[in-house]
Design a protein around this ligand. Structure first.
Ligand code: FES
Length: 150
């Protein structure tokens, strides 16, 4: 039987809808999945206080942190340069960035170079088991130290 104009258009339209549904259906199903990036955790357990010597600064390269201990107090300072994100190095007077020459004083305030703002300080807490925990989602004012439990 020879197809009529009407039956051909009905078949062509149905085929086009089927192709469209197949092409967009996969994308629609994928869009229902949450788009989450699993970056490094923001809460880091960095160890017991006695791992950090009083008067010294310890750089934790993986965590991009500088842990400063002064007597019975501990602080965590970001080592991420606020210019373009290079890792700064602690010095006797503060921090230096090897990439474009930014310098920071011991509180992390910018003293030279293109860095637009100070280094971040993060909240440090002490877990019930005595270990130190740094929360990189919670910044604190510069020079904020945790008083260690004895
Ligand atoms: Fe530190 Fe540019 S990334 S000065």
């Amino acid at each position: 039987e020879k197809p009529t104009r009407r039956s051909f258009l009905t078949l062509a339209t149905g085929g086009a809808i089927a192709v469209y549904a197949a092409a967009t259906g996969g994308a629609s199903v994928l869009s229902l999945r949450p788009r989450v990036t699993y970056g490094p955790p923001s809460r880091l357990t960095i160890g017991r206080p006695d791992a950090f010597t009083s008067g010294a600064q310890v750089v934790l390269p993986e965590a991009k942190l500088c842990i400063r201990r002064q007597g019975n107090r501990v602080a965590a300072i970001s080592t991420v340069c606020t210019h373009l994100g290079c890792t700064v190095n602690p010095t006797d007077t503060g921090f230096d960035c090897p990439c474009h020459g930014s310098t920071y004083d011991e509180k992390g305030d910018v003293t030279g170079g293109p860095a637009p703002k100070a280094l971040a300080w993060y909240r440090v807490t002490q877990a019930p088991n005595g270990e130190l925990v740094v929360d990189k989602h919670e910044t604190v004012p510069a020079d904020t130290f945790l008083e260690l439990r004895s």
